[in-house]
Design a protein around this ligand. Sequence first.
Ligand code: ADP
Length: 232
Amino acid sequence: MELIRVINVEKQYKNGVTALYNLNLSIKKGEFVFVIGASGSGKSTLIKMMYREEKPTKGQIIIGGINVAKLRNGKVYKLRRKLGVVFQDFKLLPKLNVYENVAFALEVIGMNKADIRARVIKVLKLVGLKEKVRSYPDQLSGGEQQRVAIARAIVNDPKLLICDEPTGNLDPVTSMEIMQVLETINRKLGTTIIMATHDRDIVNKLKKRVIMLDSGQLKNDYMEGAFSYEGI
Ligand code: ADP
């Protein structure tokens, strides 16, 4: 079943730079997809349009039946409930502990305390952080902080997890541990994962679908891809 369809999408920023040209993609529910390409090739632009941080200039992006390109600002919350986002710099709330950082996403949608507790503990177990529930972000390693960010992104049980360079600030060993967490989420929960990355070792090791952008255009789309050395 299809989860995402990108149809003839173009993105031109206000300064006149065209970041993406006539992009077409289809991503099925449960897929794990890497988006690769040189710096400036349009990876972040594509990902930002999926969670409606940016809007395409032309074309459509359909996610779980929602036309994201047409979605009015007042309805963006409906999309955000269907997806989780993980960033390179974690974006945790520094004054909240691990439990509170993860619970926050459920408190804002009005879930009751007992259900919140059950869900938060379940996802913290899944990312391997059950022992650190009372720690604050500045007491955690980079890898642990990213696990918290992943737990927060999936606590609402989204269909789609979008990751923008999630291992960009981590060493190779920690990066691989984070990839194991993402693979577990993909396999156990069936969450569709789209991950923009520069990391050749990760892409080559995991052998997932690889979408390669080059100067705003789709260059390759391979089911069991590896980093192509041309052009990067
Ligand atoms: P990547 O994530 O692959 O590095 P980006 O999507 O960030 O690529 O950028 C693609 C192109 O769009 C680049 O030429 C970049 O300079 C430009 N760009 C990105 N964001 C903006 C913006 N907010 N305003 C203007 N140009 C932008």
